[in-house]
Design a protein around this ligand. Structure first.
Ligand SMILES: NC(=O)c1ccc[n+]([C@@H]2O[C@H](COP(=O)([O-])OP(=O)(O)OC[C@H]3O[C@@H](n4cnc5c(N)ncnc54)[C@H](OP(=O)(O)O)[C@@H]3O)[C@@H](O)[C@H]2O)c1
Length: 224
């Protein structure tokens, strides 16, 4: 839980951040690698300390336990399979307010892979559910629409990354991290817009599993 002074200090100095990544899989590796290259300090934690140690050694970060990783950081990335989100937030003791005031970036896709249907009831979103599980945190939905290698494969051109959330400082921090991953941040409004962004992922996944290039299903409208 960062102090206000700490957050302001770090955001004003070239915005180099201390980032906790919860998860040790593909997304943790990709975003951890690109943010470490950009100069951010990366702390890895997951349900397996061995995997966290291995990933930290690979990307040039440090590894620790989940409760320690989230202390005094500028942002937390929830790089966890959707079904594991409650467990990892439990391990972080999030229900007791340990993530209060923390930017909590949610790249999860709570969709039925292969089918693309959203797993949550209408009128809510994975991001809002995470906010409910981590009271006081500042959840920002981002990074869920592109495959992980977007963030590490130099042959992939930069992309547009829509992101949404309710806390201005957390939105600014996330925009910085999108830029530092080589792409363009596009604010998409408050966290209530997360459902729409998550449904877009379901749309993309459905087409991709049907062998179609999702980009061919949307009109090309040149930027103005
Ligand atoms: N990969 C992509 O291209 C991509 C793109 C956009 C968004 N996403 C989203 O990003 C998130 C992470 O994806 P990923 O590709 O990194 O998945 P992944 O490689 O399968 O890694 C999933 C991570 O979740 C952890 N996990 C699973 N169940 C858990 C539980 N019950 N408790 C604690 N940890 C648990 C795994 O731990 P163990 O290793 O110990 O099993 C692992 O660290 C997902 O929500 C996914 O939808 C992925």
């Amino acid at each position: 839980m960062p102090t206000v002074a700490l957050v302001q200090h770090r955001l004003h100095e070239r915005a180099l951040m201390r980032i906790a990544i919860l998860g040790t899989g593909t997304m943790a590796n990709a975003l951890g690698t690109t943010w470490a290259r950009a100069g951010h300090e990366i702390i890895i934690a997951g349900r397996s300390l061995t995997k966290a140690n291995n990933l930290a050694a690979q990307i040039g970060g440090t590894a620790t336990t989940v409760p320690e990783a989230i202390m005094d950081v500028d942002a937390v990335l929830l790089a966890i399979a959707w079904t594991g989100v409650p467990d990892i937030l439990d391990a972080a003791h999030a229900s007791t307010g340990t993530l209060t005031g923390t930017t909590l970036i949610d790249p999860t896709n709570a969709v039925d892979h292969g089918i693309g249907t959203h797993l949550l009831p209408p009128h809510t979103s994975a991001a809002q559910h995470i906010a409910h599980l981590a009271p006081g945190s500042h959840v920002v939905k981002a990074f869920h629409l592109h495959p992980a290698d977007q963030w590490t494969d130099p042959t992939r051109p930069p992309v547009t990354v829509p992101y949404c959330g309710d806390n201005p400082q957390s939105l600014t921090a996330t925009a910085t991290l999108i830029r530092d991953a080589g792409s363009t941040p596009v604010p998409y409004g408050p966290l209530t817009r997360a459902r729409q962004l998550e449904e877009v992922a379901g749309f993309i996944i459905t087409l991709a599993f049907n062998g179609q290039d999702p980009r061919t299903a949307v009109p090309h409208i040149p930027a103005t």
